[in-house]
Design a binder for this molecule. Structure first.
Ligand SMILES: *[C@@H]1O[C@H](CO)[C@@H](O)[C@H](O)[C@H]1NC(C)=O
Length: 394
């Protein structure tokens, strides 16, 4: 091919890519893709750091795209819910660029973590919840403005729990057609999913005449992967699922529930919310079990990547330790995960075992798959529209 033609083709494909077409729906493709992010407060730096790597791998293939251009669904609980909103809210009304890239998310945590988790002054007679939540509330309002659930760049699924009505509330783009009252402000959704009991006040608001009194989605599902998969299966039929599920780190021995409640405030909160607690299943491990057994055909092994630090030093497990040194260490844990071998959970024993590839290699392969899926859908869609055949990126 002549250099000129090559140049012209490259220019053209860049030009096409420059339109940054939204991802056509799964019906045009072979898979439904899900990104799922666990809860864990400031430990959200860990999955955010992993996403920085995936984002770079995808941008290397097409610099105009963002994560929302590859995933049909991004789902999150608590800190993962906030991250979901940062990655899917449009940067301005009508824009197809997200408010935050993953590396900006990491920056956001590092800059604002200390203010979000700032202890009440000593003279404040109120001791519980541990934080007043004012900074986070103002920040969420300032960043997410008037954007609503129906405006996200891709489908989102965010969990929360109504502490008055005692049931989970799932803010899912898929539910908007039938449950219009879920079309809340993204800021309200973010504040609801991250209102960790004993750490932050519950988040009360009204939308479309419906009253909500919501707390952290961890009360329903700290690992939202299963919720996201259920939403997809209910609404997108039986396409094969491609899933990336990110944890926020757990320490090796016992103490698995340690990070969820603040000890000081727990005694004051628990007696009044014992009914909530009885609904709780902190079932991160059970999620693997369900995923593996219920969806064996829809979620083949090679389509499922879970990245989790199973050996977090216990002193790093607090969800509200936003000291600069700790945040730096959390970022190191995220980077360290990239060079670790991929771990799978044995369904029968709940013991992780290692595969013969690193998480970074697995993410590179995932990026290939996501990119191929997107190209395939764009191609089939343009063929269906009878337009000019889609030009493959060279
Ligand atoms: C989203 O919902 C708002 C409020 O109901 C509505 O005014 C707006 O037109 C909707 N936008 C889209 C893109 O559907």
């Amino acid at each position: 091919m002549s250099p000129f033609l090559l140049f012209a083709l490259m220019l053209f494909s860049q030009f096409m890519a420059g339109f940054n077409t939204p991802l056509p729906p799964p019906i045009y493709g072979d898979h439904v893709s899900i990104l799922s992010i666990d809860g864990g407060g400031i430990k959200g730096i860990i999955p955010a750091t992993v996403l920085v790597y995936l984002d770079k791998a995808l941008k290397a293939k097409d610099p105009t795209t963002s994560l929302a251009d590859y995933f049909d669904v991004i789902s999150g609980t608590s800190t993962g819910g906030l991250m979901t909103l940062m990655l899917t809210a449009p940067s301005s009304p009508g824009s197809n660029q997200p408010l935050f890239t993953p590396s900006e998310v990491v920056q956001f945590y590092k800059e604002n973590g200390p203010d979000i988790f700032k202890l009440r002054p000593l003279w404040d007679p109120i001791r519980c919840p541990k934080y007043d939540g004012v900074f986070l509330r103002n920040k969420a309002r300032e960043l997410l403005k008037k954007t609503r659930l129906n405006q996200t760049l891709t489908n989102v699924v965010i969990t929360s729990f109504d502490e008055q009505k005692i049931y989970p509330v799932i803010f899912s783009s898929f539910k908007l057609k039938t449950q219009t009252y879920l079309n809340a402000l993204l800021s309200d959704i973010g504040l609801a999913t991250s209102a960790a009991p004993t750490f932050f006040p519950s988040h009360e608001f009204q939308n479309d005449g419906v009253k909500f009194d919501l707390i952290d989605g961890a009360m329903a599902a700290n690992n939202p992967a299963l919720v996201a998969a259920s939403e997809v299966i209910q609404h997108s039929g039986d396409k094969e699922i491609l899933m990336l599920s990110l944890g926020t780190g757990i320490p090796k021995p016992k103490e698995k529930l340690g990070g969820i409640f603040d000890l000081g405030c727990q005694a004051a909160w628990l007696p009044f919310h014992i009914d909530v607690i009885s609904e709780v299943a902190f079932s991160t491990d059970m999620t693997h079990y369900y995923l593996a057994t219920i969806f064996p055909g829809l979620l083949p092994d090679e389509n499922y990547l879970r990245i989790e630090e199973y050996n977090l030093p216990p002193y790093m497990n607090e969800m509200d330790n936003a000291k600069p040194r700790n945040m730096k260490n959390l970022e190191k844990v995220g980077k360290g995960l990239l060079t670790q071998k991929v771990k799978r959970m044995k369904v029968n024993t709940f013991q992780p075992f290692e595969l013969d590839q690193t998480n970074a290699q697995a993410l590179d392969r995932l990026a290939e798959k996501l990119f191929a899926e997107r190209q395939l859908r764009l191609k089939r869609k343009s063929m269906e529209e009878g337009g000019r055949p889609f030009i493959e990126t060279i």
